[in-house]
Design a binder for this molecule. Sequence first.
Ligand code: C2E
Ligand code: MG
Ligand code: MG
Ligand code: MG
Length: 284
Amino acid sequence: CKKLESNQHHMVFSDSLQARLHKETRVENGLQRALANNEFELQYQPIISLDTHQIHGVEALIRWRLPDGNLLMPGEFIDEANRVGLIGALGEWVLETACQQLRRWLDEGFVISMSVNISPRHLRQAGFEEMVQQMVKTYRLPAGSLMLELTEEVFVDSGLTSLYVLNEIRKVGVGIAIDDFGTGYSSMRYLKTLPIDRIKIDRCFVSGSGSEDLSDPMITQAIVFLAEGLGFDLVAEGVETEQQSLALASQGCHKGQGYLFAKAQPSDVVTRLLRDQPLMAREP
Ligand code: C2E
Ligand code: MG
Ligand code: MG
Ligand code: MG
């Protein structure tokens, strides 16, 4: 699991204010230019059945293709986008691009769902729920085919706003997943009060699945019981070995994503993966 990042505060305070402002303006200009120039792209990581290896769905993951050809990962710019107030514009681009792609796959007869990561700040912006509802309408997305992934952080502040927004979104058949489950400001209470459809077991608990050290297996087993009891769909993140996959499946977690099966890839590569699947996954 991630170490607590207390060092970051040190860095911020030891930078001069001017240097910080300068850096933020540069990042903001860069992000704005990137949006205007279409420098962002989505890659899609399959979410598969641990038992049959069928593709259930995909998760959209953003990348920034710099003019010099370098590819930046979300860890290198999402926080900045949040900080400089561009997460709304960026998040809307992500949703629209993902929904468009989902429509293409549905039109080809693939029965899959699309998961999209949503920043907590974006979720709390005015009009967020209308925007999502509009996407569902525009792209004629069937109930259950779009899922939003949120981290536990969403429920810390303004729990009531989030609750309202989530309920509105679910009315049009959009699902809600808790991402990185177990690593946030977890509280069991929100599992009881919030409209949740899926839990994603964080990679840090998955990495020790099937290992001798029993702490990770105990935690994943507890999450399986919790999800079963509360009726949530369950997905394990970051499955890298056959051993992890088998251990999770035997504990009752039947969906996963990870480098063992596929990393995030451009849409045309995923289309080929979908076409190569046994016909079962296609609509008649
Ligand atoms: P996440 O939503 O938990 O996504 C899973 C991350 O784990 C992805 O990293 C994925 O490439 C990586 N991963 C998948 N399988 C494995 C594995 O087997 N081993 C390892 N070591 N890693 C694996 P990525 O793409 O760098 O994304 C990092 C985070 O950035 C995401 O975590 C998500 O929180 C955020 N993010 C990504 N795309 C978006 C977006 O469009 N909007 C927002 N707001 N956040 C995004
Ligand atoms: Mg995610
Ligand atoms: Mg995650
Ligand atoms: Mg994670």
